[in-house]
Design a protein around this ligand. Structure first.
Ligand code: NAI
Length: 345
């Protein structure tokens, strides 16, 4: 079995993948553009393990002569043409359960850091441990009890964040138009059907929906304008969901209190990007109000192993045992037409 990893983001050998896939032959490339991977590698692959920098579009799918499964190392699958894969009988799967805890912890860590003033204290004491020894400078400190924590997308990570926020005393509300009304996991939290209404109520807004056509730019000028004055926006989902130019303006004008962004529309950002530039040399209105992290919310050594092992395990189970897990393009196959996996590849 030949397993192509076109955009590997680990150093060295695919050791964790081998733990699951034994003696498979791995074709490891560290490309960002599919054109940097030889056509012969695309054509030879029985399975593809895809990281996050590369898009698998229709042109790439046409090169897949033998491929029987594409597995995204991660949750989001917005960069894979699901329909084109289904047309070639290729199921696309993700790994939804490797880092839920880490991302939820990261979102809460961001909320707590801004609401407890950690960026300001850290910076002031590093600059001058004597003059900086004061408690009253961070701009966003608030008691959490009774504040509203508004979640956009109450899926796996949204629920994990909700449970944590509740434990810290927040009043948790959520907006998720696709969650059935009788979903038991949502029962402890307040459903707010209208996004604008939730944004108007929330002291902290945490984004946990996928990037789709509908959510692209969802937190743009209009919806940012609905946010409660002084509220914090946290995005650990996908960069293009938040319009960062509009966000920067909203912080400058004081309508949004601050933000923590683990994901950006372009990663890493262009150094001249206004948000990145303002973060490097913060104007006075931004001090203590912005946290950036490098798409790291998922990361811990434990989640890193789980991510890689589980992605490879998904290939093993489909090609070896005909068991398909976490298929995200099943809806593009005609009813009952998912291909069978089967041993002996
Ligand atoms: P999930 O699929 O379990 O939950 C997503 C939820 O969003 C669902 O309940 C869905 O109904 C809801 N949703 C869809 N469209 C919506 C809309 N227009 N408005 C409000 N809610 C909407 O996904 P999970 O595991 O919770 O992951 C969420 C996102 O987190 C992923 O799509 C991924 O992009 C991102 N992520 C980021 C990571 C990081 O390191 N920063 C790591 C892992 C995931």
């Amino acid at each position: 079995m030949k397993v192509l990893i076109p955009d590997a983001q680990f150093p060295g050998e695919p050791a964790f993948e081998r733990d699951a896939l034994g003696d498979a032959e791995f074709l490891v490339h560290r490309a960002r553009d599919p054109l940097q991977v030889p056509d012969s590698a695309w054509a030879a692959a029985d399975a593809i393990l895809l990281w996050q920098d590369m898009a698998i579009d229709r042109a790439v799918v046409r090169k897949l002569a033998r491929c029987r499964i594409v597995v995204r190392h991660g949750v989001g699958f917005d960069r894979v043409d699901l329909e084109a894969c289904a047309e070639r009988n290729i199921p696309v799967c993700n790994v939804p359960d490797y880092g839920t805890e880490e991302v939820a912890n990261h979102a809460l860590a961001c909320a707590l850091a801004l609401r407890r003033g950690l960026p300001t204290y850290t910076e002031m004491l590093a600059l001058d441990p004597v003059a900086g020894w004061r408690w009253d400078t961070p701009p966003l400190i608030r008691r959490l009890t009774g504040q509203v924590f508004g979640i956009v997308g109450l899926g796996r990570i949204g629920r994990a964040a909700a449970a944590r926020a509740k434990a810290f005393g927040f009043d948790v509300g959520f907006h998720d138009p696709y969650l059935p009304a009788d979903e038991p996991a949502a029962a402890p939290y307040r459903r707010i059907d209208d996004l604008g209404e939730m944004l108007a109520q929330a002291d902290v807004v945490s984004v946990h929906c996928p990037l789709t056509r509908e959510t692209h730019g969802l937190l743009g000028e209009a919806n940012l304008g609905c946010m409660k004055k002084g509220a914090i926006l946290i995005n650990t989902a996908r960069g293009p969901i938040v319009d960062t130019a509009a966000l920067l303006k909203a912080i400058e004008t004081g309508s949004v209190g601050g933000a923590a962004l683990d994901v950006l529309p372009q990663e890493p950002p262009d150094p001249d990007d206004p948000l990145a530039a303002a973060y490097r040399v913060p104007p006075s209105w931004l001090a203590g109000r912005l946290i950036l992290t490098p798409h790291a919310a998922f990361y811990s050594p434990e989640s890193w192993y789980d991510l890689r092992y589980k992605a490879a395990e998904t290939v093993r189970d489909w090609l070896g045992k005909g068991v398909l897990r976490n298929c995200v393009n099943a809806h593009f196959f005609p009813a009952g037409a998912l291909p069978s996996g089967g041993a002996g590849v």
